[in-house]
Write a protein that binds this ligand. Structure first.
Ligand code: SAM
Ligand code: ZN
Length: 265
């Protein structure tokens, strides 16, 4: 039986050959990389292929590993086994969690097909792979009250869906930038860089337990500077002349400042 429900009729899906099928005959092909596309109709959104590849290149160089370990530590602390990575991108955080908690049963959803392909390729030869689907996160094909944890890392926050799929006492982990995040990158491109705003968000049906902060400095090598820039929102907000400044940098020293907010249903 698949971990995913049929997105059309919400009954269970079973693998038949290279497809997932429900009892009503709805059928979804399993790609050669191992993911399924569960998007119904013309849903758009998600990162473009260049951004997906940039995130993949930058994250796998390891600069964010202490932050990823911070998320993984929360998963261990709450003994979460069934985990949903909503807006998982290319799966970097899910892979670290799975490495650190071998019994974790992880599903990841993202609308960006390029990212889901990259995420699935990394699972290809594994005996207990993370299961990925191209799918929107505001209507996920998962049963009610069934997951221990949902993680949302720099992605839109599907708090109502999180509330539906989490069991009572399950946790929602929302990761967002702290005020000094990427201050060095901003100092390099802007004349008057501003601090990120830190907001303390309340989600209906959840109790906020705490914020964990992970903060450290890294030196980003020349080859990764443009990937980092492309995966940030600054890419869209920066003038061509300001972005040019990055091309001349030999390396980039910057603060990384992450907030891991933990909520309990
Ligand atoms: C900033 S990226 C973060 C990706 C990943 N969590 C990480 O940190 O590497 C935000 C992700 O949310 C995805 N996304 C945006 N809106 C979405 C939606 N409605 N449903 C599913 N994924 C969505 C994008 O495609 C992108 O991969
Ligand atoms: Zn169906």
């Amino acid at each position: 039986m698949s971990v995913f429900l049929c997105p059309k009729c919400r009954t269970s899906l079973a693998q038949v050959g290279n497809s997932l099928k429900c009892e009503k005959g709805h059928c979804f092909d399993i790609s050669s990389e191992g993911y399924v596309n569960l998007v119904l109709g013309n849903v758009s959104g998600g990162d473009n292929p260049d951004m997906c590849r940039a995130r993949h290149d930058f994250l796998n160089a390891g600069y964010y590993e202490p932050f990823a370990k911070g998320i993984s530590d929360v998963i261990k602390e709450f003994s979460a086994v069934k985990i949903c990575d909503a807006g998982c991108g290319e799966g970097y955080y899910s892979r670290i969690i799975k490495n650190e908690s071998k019994n974790a049963e992880i599903v990841g959803f993202d609308l960006a097909k390029t990212s889901i392909k990259l995420a699935s390729k990394a699972e290809k030869s594994k005996s207990d792979p993370i299961k990925y689907a191209v799918c929107g996160i505001f209507d996920m094909p998962l049963p009610d009250n069934s997951y221990d944890a949902l993680i949302s890392v720099f992605a839109p926050i599907p708090d109502k869906e999180a509330h539906r799929i989490l069991r009572d006492g399950g946790i929602m982990i929302v990761c967002h930038p702290g005020k000094d995040h990427l201050s060095g990158l901003k100092a390099l491109i802007y004349d008057n860089p501003y601090d990120n705003e830190e907001t303390d968000t309340v989600f209906s049906g959840f109790e906020k337990l705490r914020d964990d902060r992970v903060k450290y400095t890294v030196t980003v090598s020349k080859e990764h500077i443009s990937s980092l820039f492309l995966m940030t929102p600054y890419y869209w907000k920066t003038s061509v002349s300001d972005a040019e400044k990055l091309k001349h940098a030999e390396k980039l020293e910057t603060e990384l400042d992450f907030i891991i907010s933990i909520y309990r249903k």
